[in-house]
Write a protein that binds this ligand. Structure first.
Ligand code: GDP
Ligand code: GDP
Length: 444
């Protein structure tokens, strides 16, 4: 089952109030955008699909992200933009010609110039007397010719569409999220689980250490290699890598903080579990973190060579998984010995399989056949004595799979019913180890 081809992605960047949301609405062409309001840590932003420059594209709006910590607007902007930029094929950098360029614009532009994503400079609010001359100032940013527009009035949109058309990857070319891009993998687990040993076993001699990476995480390094299927893999772990890359002399243990950072950056995580210790609270915590960040997980059950009673050990792991998160039931577990290399060759195929599921979009017809079965089996409960009527479901996006359910008083749906839907979805479409997002949209 192949993932649906990803649409090319545009991201709208810029400091607060320059008009990002207005431009987003203008490009999407309708006032209501699909809002991705997942309470996760990195995913709180708007995204929608629209037709731009004659192409279907996905548009991300980063507006609002930066306001959480006004004292460090630049840092916030950068952190949130960095995550969005990684998914994008083209960035629209918006400046406001009425306020003129600010130090924040300049700092941001300087950072953007060092990134690898093509940037279109958008000079906004140019209607009326703020045309030509005011927009000229934007040249100073060193991001090429500014495209003067008025997001509010719709001026200049033809030119902007043209600029976007030229900057987008050609049709049929790889876009962000395609298989041709390196899969971003994190290897997480408690200290001494065998993460570094596994990394060596996976990469062999082929490993290429890149870095320091441009941007926020100054001292992070990445390791890239091609797996046995010939596809590129990029490891986004930092702490575990630094140890082997000898960038730092001391032994740095993978802390919870480092795991969180790696989970934000990755698409899929390998959770390395020491089979001699089993699946304990620490491992469950990491699995929960992965779920919260929307990442899929495969378990590498390591040190298999040193396990004496394999049957009993396997049973204990299965019991622990059954008793834990619903997401973990049926999750891929690959017994390996990172040290001897046994079983390691089965790991990447398992990762690819889960990656395909994480990328999967269920056609609306199929989705709603499932949805109706769920409604028939267990109709939604009453809320304040009134029936909650759920009408239909859509799947606006994958990575992670996201289901939106529409209906009367849908947003009042109790938690256990939501869980019923999420678990039912995971089971029906066999997505163990894959986090599922559920959004409710009330209609009146
Ligand atoms: P964001 O914070 O970057 O998303 O900015 P918004 O889209 O929320 O816009 C900030 C303010 O600028 C709002 O009051 C908008 O109405 C205004 N604005 C947006 N685009 C234009 C424009 O083209 N011309 C003028 N004059 N105002 C605009
Ligand atoms: P990390 O802290 O998770 O990066 O763990 P390391 O890769 O440094 O490994 C911790 C210890 O476990 C080292 O002494 C390794 O030799 C040992 N180890 C790693 N993988 C295996 C394995 O498959 N079998 C056995 N018996 N020991 C292992």
């Amino acid at each position: 089952m192949l993932p649906t081809p990803q649409l090319p992605t545009l991201v709208i960047l810029g400091r607060p109030n320059v008009g990002k949301s207005s431009l987003f609405n203008r490009l999407v062409g309708r006032k209501i955008a699909i809002v991705d309001d997942t309470p996760g840590v990195t995913r709180d932003r708007k995204e929608a699909e629209g037709r731009v420059g004659g192409r279907d594209v996905r548009i991300l709006d980063t507006a609002g992200l930066e306001e959480a910590a006004p004292e460090t607007v630049q840092g916030r902007m950068r952190a949130s933009s960095e995550a969005a930029l990684r998914e994008a094929d083209v960035a629209l950098f918006v400046v406001d010609v009425r306020t003129g360029l600010t130090p924040a614009d300049r700092a941001f532009a300087q950072w953007l110039r060092r990134q690898h994503t093509p940037v279109i400079l958008v000079a906004n609010k140019t209607e009326g007397r703020f045309g030509g001359q005011a927009a000229m100032e934007a040249y100073e940013l060193g991001l090429g010719d500014p495209v003067p527009v008025s997001a509010e009035h719709g001026d200049g949109m033809g030119d902007l569409h043209d600029a976007i058309r030229e900057a987008l990857p050609a049709e049929g070319e790889a876009v962000a999220g395609d298989a041709e891009r390196p899969l971003r993998l994190a290897i997480i687990g408690r200290p001494n689980a065998g993460k570094s040993t596994l990394l060596n076993a996976l990469t062999g001699e082929e490993r290429m250490i890149t870095g320091p990476e441009p941007g926020l995480t100054r001292d992070s390094v990445a390791v890239q290699w091609t797996d046995e299927t010939g596809a590129a893999v990029r490891l986004v772990d930092t702490a575990g890598l630094r140890k082997k890359a000898r960038i730092e002399q001391h032994l740095e243990k993978m802390s919870a903080a480092a795991s969180i950072a790696a989970l934000k950056e990755c698409e899929i995580a390998i959770l390395v579990v020491d089979a001699l210790l089993g699946m304990e609270e620490q491992e469950l915590r990491l699995a929960r973190l992965a779920e919260r960040e929307g990442r899929a997980v495969v378990i590498a059950f390591n040190k298999w060579d040193a396990v004496e009673d394999r049957e009993a050990t396997k049973r204990r792991l299965e019991d622990a998984l059954m008793a834990s998160l619903a997401q973990m039931r049926g999750i891929k577990v690959v017994p390996i010995s990172a040290k001897t290399g046994r079983g390691v060759e089965k790991l990447m195929p398992a990762v690819r399989e889960v990656y395909a599921l994480w990328n999967r979009r269920i056609p609306t017809g199929e989705l709603n056949r499932w949805f109706e079965t769920m409604m028939t089996r267990h109709p939604p409960p009453l809320s304040e004595g009134r029936r909650i009527k759920l009408r239909y479901a859509t799947m606006p996006k994958a990575r992670p799979p996201t289901v939106t359910v529409f209906g009367t008083r849908a947003e009042q749906l109790p938690e256990d019913y939501r869980r019923y839907l999420v678990n039912g979805f995971r089971e029906a479409f066999t997505m163990p180890g894959v986090p599922i997002r559920l959004q409710m949209r009330g209609t009146t």
